[in-house]
Design a protein around this ligand. Structure first.
Ligand code: GLC
Ligand code: MG
Length: 250
């Protein structure tokens, strides 16, 4: 049974035709009494909420923002203290910032997307080795980070315990929801950690190469893009739960 849907927004729900969004919203609305909904975005929670309003997207039970560096429950104005306390370790933001600046090439993203537990840069077309070297320079300062790279451009540095996947797992545990009752959906690198917790996954057809080409288990790769692709995946996974289904889960 599907009890929790955790979905990215940009490029996963938004970015396609509005008919797809309406059909996906209707699917959610029909199951809302037994289903929890969480958005997991690279944007900070304030920006997520503005987007939900602007596009009239379904109300969530929680918002994971800033690539997993913050969780707000329901309508709470303040971040969930349990999550903040959980991730706040081995994180010296100033020291990390100095190490990245000294490394060169990475350009800071605008101030409004930075936060206490999220340090974001633009670093175009950098390879695995570049990222490994940067990580070791950061670790030399005594901090340990999650280093998330998306769309061949966005580089996010977060506390080691923070990313969208760890945040989703923390919420599922809090609500007593088992991994196989969770569906995650995404389109880019910052969604990858969500596919590493035994959840069932959906990758939309317009996904970035780092997700489209990743070897993932328990994943449905939709033929359709954005919200229509998420809906296609939800229908697939719901059908796989039926006892007489021939289209069993992989
Ligand atoms: C969003 C955030 C940005 C981040 C990107 C990828 O666009 O605003 O800071 O780098 O997601 O995670
Ligand atoms: Mg996205």
């Amino acid at each position: 049974m599907i009890r929790l849907v955790v979905t990215d927004i940009d490029g996963t729900i938004l970015g396609g035709e509005s008919a797809g969004i309406r059909a996906w919203s209707a699917w959610v609305a029909q199951r809302r009494a037994s289903l929890r909904l969480v958005y997991a975005s690279g944007r900070l929670v304030g920006s997520v909420r503005a987007t939900l309003l602007a596009h009239q997207l379904p109300e969530p039970d929680a918002v994971i923002g800033g690539v997993g560096s913050e969780i707000h429950l329901a309508h709470d104005a303040e971040p969930w203290p349990q999550w903040t306390a959980h991730i706040d370790r081995d994180w010296d933001r100033n020291a990390i910032q100095s190490a990245v600046d000294a490394f060169g090439t990475a350009e800071p993203q605008p101030a409004e997307v930075q936060s206490a537990f999220k340090l974001s840069y633009f670093a175009r077309d950098v390879d695995d080795q570049w990222r490994a070297t940067l990580r070791s320079r950061i670790e030399a300062t005594g901090s340990v980070v999650s280093l998330i790279y998306s769309s061949n451009r966005d580089l996010d540095l977060l506390p080691a315990r923070a990313d969208k996947g760890q945040a989703a797992a923390f919420l599922a545990a809090h609500w007593g929801i088992a991994a196989d009752e969770v569906i995650v959906a995404g389109d880019s690198g910052n969604d990858l950690p969500m596919f590493e917790h035994g959840f069932r996954g959906i990758v939309v057809s317009n996904a970035q190469p780092e997700l489209a080409r990743a070897s993932l288990t328990n994943v449905y790769r939709a033929a359709r893009s954005c919200a229509a692709g998420v809906l296609e995946g939800l229908v697939h996974w719901e059908k796989a739960d039926q006892p007489n289904s021939t289209d069993a889960a992989t």
